[in-house]
Design a protein around this ligand. Structure first.
Ligand code: DX5
Ligand code: ZN
Length: 221
C-alpha cells in the first residue's frame, strides 16, 4: 500500500506554546513537522530561523523536520538548519544563484535536498538536477502566507511531475504545499503526490486528531 506522509505546517501553530503544540500534533498522528522559513525578502512575510528549530529539538521533538526555505540567499542558512536538527531542506531555485551547489551543500550536511516550485515555475527547472533530489515541493498556492486557496491548475502540474519522475525510474517524493484540505487531498494524491503539507486545515481546528483522521480517511478511499 502507498505510504502517505502528513506534514503539518507550524506556520499556523500557536507560537506562544510552540513545543506543546507541535507535540500535540504529532501525538494526533502527524508524520513530519513542516517548517516554513520566510525572510520578508524572497516572500513578503517573516517567520523564524534555525534557533526555533533547535529549540524544538531541545524540547524533545524527535519527528523528522522538513525545512522549507523561502529565503534569498539560500546557502548561508543551510548549514545552520542542518546543525539545528533539520532532516529535509528545500529551497526555491529562483533564490539560489547556483542551484546544483545548494543541493550539494544540503547533501554534504547530511540532509535530504528538495526543490520548491512556485505555481508559475515550470517543471523544466528540474532538468539535470532531479536525480540529486530527495523531494520536489509543488507549491499549490503562492508562497508567503497560510490559509490561501488551492490553485486547481496545480493538479495537472503534479500529474506531469509524476510522469516525469516515473519515466526516469526515480523515487523522488512529490510533496504538495498550500490549501490542502480533507476535501481535495484525495485528488492531489490521485495526481501523484505522497507528502502533504497542511497548516490551517490542522492547526485552526480544535481537534488535531480529528483533522488528521479526516485526511487519512480521504486518502484511504
Ligand atoms: C506558504 C507555506 C505553506 C503554508 C500552508 O508559503 O509554504 O506551508 O503554511 O498553509 P495552508 O495549509 O494553510 O495553506
Ligand atoms: Zn511550506
Amino acid at each position: 500500500m502507498q505510504e502517505y506522509l502528513i506534514a503539518p505546517s507550524i506556520l499556523s501553530a500557536d507560537f506562544a506554546r510552540l513545543g506543546q503544540d507541535v507535540e500535540s500534533v504529532l501525538q494526533a498522528g502527524a508524520d513530519v513537522v513542516h517548517f516554513d522559513v520566510m525572510d520578508n525578502h524572497y516572500v513578503p512575510n517573516l517567520t523564524f530561523g534555525p534557533m526555533i528549530c533547535e529549540a524544538l529539538r531541545n524540547y524533545g521533538i524527535s519527528a523528522p523536520i522538513d525545512v522549507h526555505l523561502m529565503v534569498e540567499p539560500v546557502d548561508t542558512l543551510i548549514g545552520s538548519f542542518a546543525d539545528a536538527g533539520a532532516d529535509m531542506i528545500s529551497f526555491h531555485p529562483e533564490a539560489s544563484r547556483h542551484v546544483h551547489r545548494s543541493i550539494q551543500l544540503i547533501k554534504d550536511k547530511g540532509c535530504k535536498p528538495g526543490l520548491a516550485l512556485n505555481p508559475a515555475t515550470p517543471l523544466s527547472v528540474l532538468d539535470h538536477v532531479i536525480e540529486s533530489l530527495h523531494h520536489v515541493l509543488i507549491m499549490t498556492v503562492n508562497p508567503g502566507f497560510g490559509g490561501q486557496a488551492f490553485i486547481p491548475e496545480m493538479q495537472d502540474k503534479i500529474r506531469q511531475l509524476r510522469t516525469y519522475i516515473d519515466e526516469k525510474g526515480l523515487n523522488t517524493v512529490i510533496e504538495v504545499d498550500g490549501g490542502i484540505k480533507a476535501d481535495n487531498i484525495r485528488h492531489v494524491a490521485d495526481a501523484g503526490a505522497t507528502m502533504f503539507v497542511a497548516g490551517s486545515a490542522i492547526f485552526n481546528q480544535p481537534d488535531y486528531a480529528k483533522a488528521i483522521h479526516a485526511f487519512r480517511q480521504a486518502l484511504a478511499q
